[in-house]
Design a protein. Structure first.
Length: 281
C-alpha cells in the first residue's frame, strides 16, 4: 500500500464528514488530471463475465467489463419495469457520469431518449462534453449529487454506478427521488467494506420507505465485481505505468490492484457490492 494512500486514510478518518467528502472529491479531481484514466470511457470496477454487445461494439469493446456493469444497472435489473422495452423512458439521468461511458451505454440501449449526465468533476465534464458533442440528445452538466442542478420530477429513469458510495446512501436517494417522476425507476450500484448484505438490505428498505420508493430488486454483485477486477489487472497495470511516478502507488490503490488494501478486502470477504432497483410511488 502506498504511503500517500495510508496518509490520506489517516487524515480523512480524523476529519468531520463534510471535510472527508471534500478531500475525496479533491483526490477524484486530481486523478482525472494526472492519470491516463481521462482517456478511457469508464472509471468503475466492472462486472464479470463481460457480455455482448459490449465485448464487440466500439468503443465499449476496450472496456467490456465496465460497460457490462453499467448495462446490468441500467437494463438487466430494470427490464421487468420497462414498458415497451423502455420506449416510455423519454428522459434518463446518469448521476456521476464521469467520462461518459454510462451515458453512451444508455444512448445505445435507448436511442429515443434524452439522456443527461451529471458529475461533480469539472475535468471529467469537460472531456465528456467534447467526446459526446456530436449526439444532440445527450447533455452533460456539472453538479453535486447532493444538490442536483435539475428540476423536480424531470426524469423517467435514473441510474448510477458507484456514486452513492461517495455521496452517502441517504443523501443520494433523497436527491435522486426528488428529480424522479412518479412511477419512475431508480437503479444504482454501491459498495462498502465490512457491511453485511442482510444489514444493507434493511437500510435500503428503510431509505426507500422514507423517500416514497418501492423496492423492486436488491442484488449482491460482489463476486462479479471482484472477478472483473482480477480479470482487468493487465489493462489497469498498463494504465498505471503511465501515471506520474510520485502518484503511481496511489493509483494502484485506487485501482484495487493485487497487494492493495481494497483487493485484500475482497480476498478476505470483507467487501460488499450490490445493486438496488426501486420505483417512485
Amino acid at each position: 500500500m502506498s504511503f500517500l494512500y495510508v496518509l490520506k486514510r489517516r487524515i480523512q478518518r480524523n476529519l468531520p464528514k463534510p471535510l472527508q467528502r471534500k478531500l475525496q472529491e479533491a483526490i477524484y479531481f486530481a486523478l482525472y488530471r494526472l492519470s491516463p484514466a481521462r482517456h478511457q470511457n469508464f472509471f468503475n470496477s466492472g462486472f464479470s463475465p463481460a457480455e455482448a454487445p459490449w465485448t464487440e461494439l466500439p468503443p465499449f469493446d476496450r472496456e467490456p467489463l465496465q460497460s457490462t456493469l453499467y448495462d446490468k444497472v441500467l437494463w438487466e435489473f430494470t427490464r421487468e419495469l420497462a414498458g415497451n422495452g423502455g420506449d416510455e423512458w423519454r428522459d434518463i439521468l446518469d448521476i456521476g457520469c464521469g467520462l461518459g461511458g454510462g451515458v453512451q451505454v444508455a444512448h445505445h440501449r435507448f436511442p429515443q431518449a434524452r439522456i443527461t449526465g451529471v458529475d461533480v468533476n469539472s475535468s471529467a465534464v469537460s472531456v465528456c462534453r467534447k467526446r459526446l458533442q456530436h449526439i444532440p440528445s445527450i447533455r452533460i452538466l456539472q453538479g453535486n449529487a447532493r444538490d442536483l442542478p435539475l428540476a423536480n420530477g424531470s426524469f423517467d429513469m435514473i441510474f448510477s454506478v458507484g456514486a452513492a458510495s461517495y455521496v452517502g446512501m441517504d443523501a443520494f436517494m433523497k436527491e435522486a427521488t426528488r428529480v424522479l417522476r412518479p412511477g419512475g425507476v431508480l437503479s444504482f450500484s454501491v459498495g462498502y467494506t465490512d457491511k453485511a448484505f442482510a444489514d444493507q438490505r434493511k437500510i435500503v428498505d428503510e431509505l426507500c420507505e422514507k423517500n416514497g420508493l418501492d423496492v423492486h430488486k436488491v442484488v449482491d454483485i460482489t463476486e462479479n465485481v471482484f472477478a472483473a477486477i482480477a480479470e482487468d489487472v493487465p489493462r489497469r497495470r498498463e494504465l498505471i505505468e503511465r501515471v506520474p511516478w510520485p502518484f503511481r502507488d496511489y493509483a494502484s490503490d485506487w485501482a484495487d490492484m493485487p497487494g492493495t488494501m481494497r483487493y485484500q478486502e475482497y480476498v478476505d470477504g470483507r467487501r460488499l457490492d450490490y445493486a438496488v432497483c426501486c420505483v417512485k410511488r
